[in-house]
Design a protein around this ligand. Sequence first.
Ligand code: SF4
Ligand code: FES
Length: 249
Amino acid sequence: MKLTLHIWRQPNTEAAGEFKTYELSDVSEHMSFLEMLDVLNEKLIAEGQEPVAFDHDCREGICGTCSLMINGQAHGPDRETTACQLHMRRFKDGDEIWIEPWRAKAFPVIKDLVVNRTALDRIIQAGGYVSVNTGNAPDANSTIVPKQNADLAFDAATCIGCGACVAACKNASAMLFLSAKVSQLALLPQGQPERKTRAINMLKQMDEEGFGNCTNTNECEAACPAGISVENIARLNRQYVSAVLTSRD
Ligand code: SF4
Ligand code: FES
């Protein structure tokens, strides 16, 4: 199939960006979206032009690195699908596709489609961990966890930290990401010692990084490739309020 691609080009963080248009032919419906960009880059290199910078790593929907707004939707049109798992069969001959980087103040553009997402790492560093003695793994089932809690904790732990929730949110809020990271630990016995400081410190860090607040539009859940539920945001709010009301710090 033949495609017209409108791609955001920006040489660095300070420079002004703009859309540039590229025509690409012989795109196979079996290609992934990133393979289609590989083909474009090979063509640009052969023509002596600068290839398009975009983020990717596993290309298996696991790492959370690929981050593209495709026709205005984070990770493209398919539900619970990362950009690397999106296939060109979703498009048709003659389509025009608009490809942009994540849009959020806390995610400055590094180059073209690549943004700096280290703000998410700093939120994790503010409390997304448990204090455990390292050493031999404990025996299985030595700490009993109710089945329902184990399932909910696992669901929250499937967040791959891609930042699509931020890019999809009109407030550029990181609440879905934060709530998944808080919930996965709040639901398990191992997460209890730091339960209060975790919620308070991670939320504080989110504000300091320049993310916006949640106004319950649920765009984050719709864009999330891991299917993280906004139920986690409700749990985070309960954790935070209870921490603020009962913390002695
Ligand atoms: S909550 Fe979903 S959209 Fe947000 S970072 Fe995690 S996996 Fe990505
Ligand atoms: S490249 Fe790893 S999730 Fe897409």
